[in-house]
Design a protein around this ligand. Structure first.
Ligand code: TYD
Length: 221
């Protein structure tokens, strides 16, 4: 049976990456083979394109070209990493996927939705996520967290956008969740971390449960 495909989405500093990693660990703890991956990147070819995109080198070429580059990276990632894992029955947890392109390049970059849909059609094919968890956090909180995590390092191409950009991003994600409520769920990521972890697990168990119980630890003699 095809494995499950779960994606995490949200703005900067929304905790996606930490929660994606936690969920993958928890699933593995239940005996489910799980691949944790991310975009842009997640395969050798896509990692090369990631560097071009996040360095800001492609920014002068415009949002349309950036959308095409994200799609090129996705195409390699889907073929090399996601589809083979799902075919083996493994679960795939991906930190960002199609909705990042819809929101960052589509809603905020004003790229024609028809181009976005066409790119999705050729890159994603059958690999449509079964569940998308959208980590919702006010832009000020997310940006402050991202700055703290970075330490003294310079912000990347998208982190350096304005507060207004990140606020619009949050609203665009919320709107997207309304359009596809059967796939997308908003998670209140401003709550304390253990609560967010619980909410995510509740959602996953609701969709895909019952999940096998964690194997009992061997008794220590
Ligand atoms: P990354 O360093 O992975 O950070 P984050 O923790 O925010 O995911 O950076 C990925 C950046 O690329 C992020 O700012 C969002 C952006 N992005 C797009 O604009 N479109 C896309 O399709 C994807 C996958 C990412």
């Amino acid at each position: 049976m095809r494995g499950r495909f779960i994606t995490f989405e949200g703005g900067e500093g929304s905790g996606k990456s930490s929660h994606a990693a936690r969920l993958a660990e928890r699933l593995r703890g239940r005996g489910i083979d799980t691949v944790l991956t991310r975009e842009p990147g997640g395969s050798a070819g896509a990692e090369i394109i990631r560097h071009v995109l996040l360095s800001g080198a492609a920014k002068p070429l415009g949002a349309e070209t950036e959308a095409i580059l994200f799609a090129a990276a996705r195409d390699d990632h889907v073929r090399s990493t996601i589809v083979p894992a799902l075919a083996k029955g493994e679960w795939v947890i991906c930190d960002r996927f199609i909705d990042s392109t819809r929101v960052y390049q589509g809603s905020l970059g004003d790229v024609d939705p028809r181009l976005i849909r066409s790119l999705e059609r050729v890159t994603v094919g059958e690999a449509v996520p079964d569940l998308t968890l959208i980590m919702d956090v006010p832009a000020e909180i997310g940006l402050a967290r991202a700055a703290k995590r970075r330490g003294g390092a310079a912000p990347d191409r998208f982190e350096s956008e304005t507060l207004e950009f990140h606020d619009r991003l949050r609203h665009a994600y919320a709107a997207l969740a309304k359009v596809e409520p059967e796939r997308c769920v908003l998670i209140d990521a401003s709550q304390p971390m253990p609560q967010v972890t619980d909410d995510i697990w509740t959602e996953v168990a609701k969709r895909f449960g019952p999940l096998r119980a964690a194997p009992a630890r061997a008794a220590v003699p």
